[in-house]
Design a binder for this molecule. Structure first.
Ligand SMILES: Cc1cc2nc3c(=O)[nH]c(=O)nc-3n(C[C@H](O)[C@H](O)[C@H](O)COP(=O)(O)OP(=O)(O)OC[C@H]3O[C@@H](n4cnc5c(N)ncnc54)[C@H](O)[C@@H]3O)c2cc1C
Length: 379
């Protein structure tokens, strides 16, 4: 068993780390303060190829393997968790749904613009009355002539305010319940489509998130992904990849908390010595480092199995469940180690704490991950 990254994967990490630390980092504080993802940063990421990581070259992308994809999200999250998740949702769910389930015509139409960052993608499953129970969605897409007419509402849609291409899950045959759900691409300028509310949030503040409304929104039948009735399956299979992204984001947040805690503990002097000399603090840091190591192995393991072409429902859920708890715990310990300074907006420590929590909620809460894992165990 080999537990090492390849030379190419190490080189990719160096490249993306350099970009994250020298480019993305400069926007992190402003992104968080304004609650907006810098348009200039989106352009720079597009130009550097980081918005096409899940798209093959033939569609204008810069496809990398799943381990490199996880590394990219991890490195971005170390400097700006908002940027990391905006890229992750765009890549694995926005581009992913079209790449895996779109017709050749749809792939040619949308993927080059998405991969270059000229357009941003979003994934629209959750509704006001359907969160963990995603199969209970009520939005309809009534087949009419050569199109579908959509009516309903989606909520908590990440990238909602900045996207141009939305993968929307809606009932084409309501009487069939989950088997009547279809996945349909809706463009931002479709008539009857609107962004009805933009949320102000605790963390990942620049991962812009919105409520969307469909009022007799007509789209051509050719915008269907997969076949009618396959939407729920499509959502779940794309979420396997999406959850690796969230787990990688959580890993990145935990890692920056560990690095910051070690640096500060060695510098801060109390009672005549660095606080790192206290065994109580050393144990906190040792615990953090151990859990991060375990989280990293789970994240790369899920990515590795996906690279092998295997189904990773269990592996992705385990990685997300563990890494998100790891991020929440690490950010809390990091706050504790930084004492009063951690609480001040002048330093990024409180941002890590605010950003960590969401990793236990989106793309399936920790309770839902436990349900998914126990289902794969035959329970
Ligand atoms: C910032 C943000 C961005 C998001 N981005 C997107 C996006 O881009 N696209 C999208 O479609 N959705 C998105 N979501 C939605 C997200 O996936 C849901 O919020 C999440 O799945 C939980 O649904 P809910 O909020 O309705 O909570 P609920 O489902 O109402 O759950 C409330 C609580 O009950 C628990 N619970 C529910 N059912 C069970 C059960 N059977 N057993 C045990 N506990 C249970 C949950 O774990 C949770 O603790 C986003 C959410 C947020 C906050």
């Amino acid at each position: 068993m080999k537990l090492e990254l390849t030379k190419e994967q190490e080189e990719f990490r160096n490249k993306v780390r350099d970009f994250a630390q020298n480019v993305i980092a400069k926007y992190a504080e402003e992104n968080d303060r304004t609650g907006k993802l810098s348009q200039e940063l989106i352009r720079k990421m597009g130009d550097a190829g980081y918005l096409g990581l899940t798209v093959p070259k033939e569609y204008g992308g810069n496809l990398v393997d799943n381990i490199c994809y996880a590394i990219a999200i991890e490195e971005m999250a170390k400097v700006c968790a908002s940027t990391a998740i905006s890229v992750a949702v765009h890549s694995s769910l926005g581009c992913g749904t079209i790449l895996y389930y779109g017709s050749e015509e749809l792939k040619k139409k949308y993927l080059p613009d998405l991969a270059s960052g000229r357009k941003i993608g979003a994934f629209c499953l959750t509704e006001p009355n359907a969160g963990s129970d995603a199969g209970a969605i009520q939005t309809t897409a009534k087949p009419e002539g050569d199109g579908y007419v959509l009516n309903g509402e989606k909520t908590f849609i990440l990238n909602g305010p900045i996207a141009s291409v939305y993968t929307v899950f809606a009932l084409t045959q309501p009487e069939l319940k989950t088997k009547g759900i279809s996945a349909i691409v809706v463009e931002r300028d479709a008539p009857g489509f609107s962004i009805s509310h933009v949320f102000d949030k605790l963390g990942v503040r620049a991962a812009e998130t919105a409520k969307l409304k469909f009022e007799n929104t007509r789209v051509p039948k050719t915008n269907l992904l997969g076949k009618e009735g396959e939407g729920f399956k499509i959502a779940l299979s794309c979420l396997d990849g999406g959850r690796i992204g969230v787990a990688a984001q959580a890993l990145g947040i935990a890692e920056i908390c560990l690095e910051s805690a070690i640096t500060y503990a060695k510098q801060r002097v109390q009672f005549g010595q660095p606080i790192s000399k206290n065994q109580g603090l050393q144990w906190m840091i040792a615990e953090m480092a151990t859990r991060i190591e375990a989280a990293r192995l789970l994240v790369y393991n899920a990515a590795y199995h996906r690279d092998m072409g295997r189904r990773v429902t269990k592996e992705a859920s385990m990685a997300k469940l563990f890494a998100s708890q790891c991020a929440v715990d690490a950010s809390s310990l990091c706050m504790q180690i930084h004492g009063g300074y951690s609480y001040m907006k002048e330093y990024p420590i409180e941002r890590y704490y605010r950003d960590a929590k969401i990793t236990q909620i989106y793309e399936g809460t920790s309770e839902v991950q436990r349900i998914v894992i126990s289902n794969t165990l035959g329970l």
